[in-house]
Design a protein around this ligand. Sequence first.
Ligand code: UDP
Ligand code: MN
Length: 288
Amino acid sequence: MTQSVPVTEGVKPSGPAGSSTAFVTLVTNADYAMGATALARSIRLTGTGADIVVLHTGGVEADRLVPLAELGCRLVATDLLPLSDAFNERHARKNVHSTAPFTKGRKPDFHSPLDNFCKLRLWQLTDYGRCIFIDADALVLKNIDRYFDYPEFSAAPNVYESLADLHRLNSGVFVATPSLQTFGAMLERLDMPDAFWPRTDQTFLQNFFPEWHGLPVTMNMLQYVWFNMPALWDWASIGVLHYQYEKPWEKDHPKEEKLRPLIDLWHAFLTGENIPEIANLPNPSLPT
Ligand code: UDP
Ligand code: MN
């Protein structure tokens, strides 16, 4: 295969791998570093033996990484992808938001769509045989190590409103096999002339892996399910809780009242104080 871009550059680990499997997340600014701290603590509490890898870009100051190092994360300094100027311009925040507006929920001001594509650097982590990527705005609520045995590419459907959601995957959680060959092929596909990926890495990954394998919805339970589809909610079965759209740490949070129990839970994991027994939490009340 011809390679027009280097596939071995752009990731610098702080130390050696400690396992053949890893949970991987991405942080490109202080807000998501805070998100990753709650996530890393939640993963530790599952008793997993897998590494926790944090891909971090230059947008995160060193002091924001300290809590992650204290939680035993393997920090991997990560460059933005080597993409063309035209690609970067098409995917700048203002252009993504005007060309493909978000109508179902709000993206926080600190969210930069271009940064999402750094997720693809997971495929460069060839120290690992299998990785589970998890967005930094998520919590792991029980041991999910069995999903390391799932095939590439596994992801859960983007369910938060209706049955039509089942057609699309949500790229906040996925199972993948690092490979420089796959990474190179992705870079070539990603930056084809005029390529526009309206939901960034999510649209791209669905296109790159059209025959994606399904994870159960409980492996990526989206916060809007709490009020849109309460019958689907079952605390005891949730592996990953994902705060898509508004983030639990936002000060001006338009859905704060509706999502109060979920926001409180996230703060417990951030601080490590008063983390409840998950299976004992009350499920949302159903319409009568
Ligand atoms: N991300 C980041 N900085 C950004 C945007 C995204 O670090 O400015 C990372 C982070 O891991 C985040 C993921 O990319 O969880 C996907 O973005 P987000 O979770 O905001 O998208 P949503 O789940 O709301 O669609
Ligand atoms: Mn997310």
